[in-house]
Structures are given as structure tokens and as C-alpha cells.
Design a protein around this ligand. Structure first.
Ligand code: ZN
Length: 195
């Protein structure tokens, strides 16, 4: 397995609608294994394939000890919303804002071996699924912000020196990210979920 380089906002792959997976061979198995290892390394709550430069409809997740992956996901969201919760994104380092998300979601898709997968999710897991699924459509959490939060986020992105951020090693990054996005910090409401 290998730790993959995480793409940062400004990279076109993050704004590209990802292609469905059609080939369920060893290459996909390796991608899922590497994404899982990368997500764990940076203590992330989720990671979508476009975030590692692969424009395919795959993501991994890791919420409160529940870990997995899903290929070609389809979400059926509830009509109501959950309480806003601060989210971050591994592809937009240092930014965290409360995001409006549907209360529950039912996700269907397949695993790396093309076996059917179905998960009924609520709370953080439902939030994670919506965040990661957005990545597959080229949507970032900052796109979901409104009003002053949106202005503040766009300002931060404009001012951030992301070229410098990109040059940091994954190891350094893991330390930075870990402090704000550990499972404990997340549960305590001190920080947000990051994926
Ligand atoms: Zn993200």
C-alpha cells in the first residue's frame, strides 16, 4: 500500500465530475487500499478518489470507528436537515465552517469486488457520505455555504498560500490535521468532520 498525495483546491480534478467505475480489477483494489491508508494517515473522516487525482466514483469513510468504502454510490437523502456541524476538507486545509446537510441518507452502490452495498446513515455518517459524494460531482463544501460564511471562506481561499501548503509533506500535514480532526475532538464538537 502507499500514502497518496492529496490534491488541494485549485486542482482541476477537484472540479471534475468523476466517471463511474467499470473495471473491478486489481487496480481498483489497490486504489481503495491506498485511499484507506492515506485517510488513516491524515486522520481524515473520508476521502474521495478525485482528492488523490483519480476521477472515478469511489470514496472511503471512517466515522466513529466505522470504516469502509463505496464504489458508484447513489444517495437518497431525507427531506429534512440535521443540525449544522463544522466541516473541513483535506483538500482545503485550515478551513472549517458549519454546513447544512440532510439528516439521513441511504447510500447504495457496490464494493471493490462489485458486490452490492447499502448503508442507512444518520448524523455524522450521513454528513460524511454527502460530503464525499459531492467530491464525485466536483462540488466542495465551501460551495454549500451561504452569506457571510461563504464570503469568509472564499476570502480565506483567495488569501491562502496553497502552493506552500502543497509542498508540505503528508507527515507534517497529518500532525496539523490530526489536532483539529481527531475522532475525539470531533465528538466533543470542538472541530468538524474532515473529508
Ligand atoms: Zn472534502
Amino acid at each position: 500500500m502507499a500514502i497518496l498525495n492529496i490534491r488541494i483546491i485549485g486542482d482541476p480534478v477537484l472540479r471534475t465530475v468523476a466517471d463511474p467505475v467499470t473495471d473491478f480489477g486489481p487496480e481498483l483494489a489497490k486504489l481503495v487500499a491506498d485511499m484507506t491508508e492515506t485517510m488513516e494517515d491524515v486522520d481524515g473522516a473520508g476521502l474521495a478518489a478525485p482528492q488523490v487525482g483519480v476521477s472515478k466514483r469511489v470514496f472511503t469513510y471512517r466515522i466513529n470507528g466505522v470504516e469502509g468504502h463505496i464504489v458508484n454510490p447513489v444517495l437518497e437523502n431525507s427531506e429534512d436537515f440535521q443540525a449544522d456541524h463544522v466541516e473541513g476538507c483535506l483538500s482545503i486545509p485550515g478551513l472549517g465552517f458549519p454546513v447544512k446537510r440532510f439528516r439521513t441518507t441511504r447510500i447504495t452502490g457496490v464494493d471493490k469486488d462489485n458486490n452490492p452495498v447499502e448503508v442507512a446513515a444518520e448524523d455524522l455518517l450521513a454528513r460524511c457520505f454527502q460530503h464525499e459524494n459531492d467530491h464525485l460531482d466536483g462540488v466542495l463544501f465551501t460551495d454549500r455555504l451561504e452569506g457571510e460564511d461563504r464570503k469568509a471562506a472564499l476570502r480565506s481561499i483567495r488569501n491562502a498560500n496553497y502552493d506552500a501548503v502543497m509542498e508540505r509533506t503528508t507527515a507534517k500535514r497529518a500532525k496539523t490535521v490530526g489536532s483539529s480532526f481527531g475522532g475525539a475532538a470531533f465528538g466533543a464538537g470542538a472541530a468538524g468532520t474532515k473529508g
